[in-house]
Design a protein around this ligand. Structure first.
Ligand SMILES: Nc1ncnc2c1ncn2[C@@H]1O[C@H](COP(=O)(O)OP(=O)(O)OP(=O)(O)O)[C@@H](O)[C@H]1O
Ligand SMILES: [Mg+2]
Length: 147
């Protein structure tokens, strides 16, 4: 396989490229999961799959930024990739990010269907803690006023 400036995947990592459809990677810390995902992403691009057709999601902002950066570097290092420049540009809008941002983008596209305000935003953790505390307090107050 052309490593395209990205690490050559070992035998186990290569298996992820042979699977069609969904792939679940489960391995210990630092064992090469992100490397495999980047390899899979590049493999799909080489097959002609569009950046908008590949959803690459992770949990933290930090992991998402690392994934995007490594995919970007991988694409830059690909010598044989057709339309590389167009793909590099398209990567800016590619769905590579946190699961929260991916879900938010779907809700923003379909606010009526989802029953949410089109201008909603995701709470920061501190905010959500405060709101949850307030909601529980309001609920308990109501409960107290009934009994
Ligand atoms: N096939 C490989 N050959 C050589 N080095 C590799 C290979 N796969 C991964 N590595 C190296 O191993 C290290 C960890 O890889 P990677 O970041 O992909 O692991 P990870 O499982 O995603 O880690 P984390 O659990 O921290 O997210 C990196 O330095 C990477 O360059
Ligand atoms: Mg990783």
């Amino acid at each position: 396989m052309d490593s395209g400036g990205v690490l050559r995947l070992d035998e186990d990592q290569q298996k992820a490229l042979q699977e069609e459809g969904r792939v679940i990677l489960k391995a210990s810390a630092g064992s090469g999961k992100t490397t495999t995902i980047v390899g899979l992403y590049l493999h799909l691009l080489r097959k002609g799959v569009g950046t908008h057709e590949i959803v690459a999601i992770t949990f933290t902002e930090k992991a998402a930024a690392e994934l995007k950066e490594r995919i970007y570097r991988g694409v830059m290092g690909e010598e044989k990739l057709k339309e590389k420049e167009r793909i590099v540009t398209a990567l800016t809008h590619a769905p590579i990010g946190t699961i929260h941002s991916f879900c938010a983008s779907i809700l923003r596209d379909y606010p009526l269907e989802a029953g949410v305000h089109p201008d909603f935003r995701v709470f920061e953790e501190v905010e959500s803690d405060q709101i949850l505390t307030e909601a529980v307090r309001t609920y308990l107050d109501r409960l107290n006023s009934i009994t």
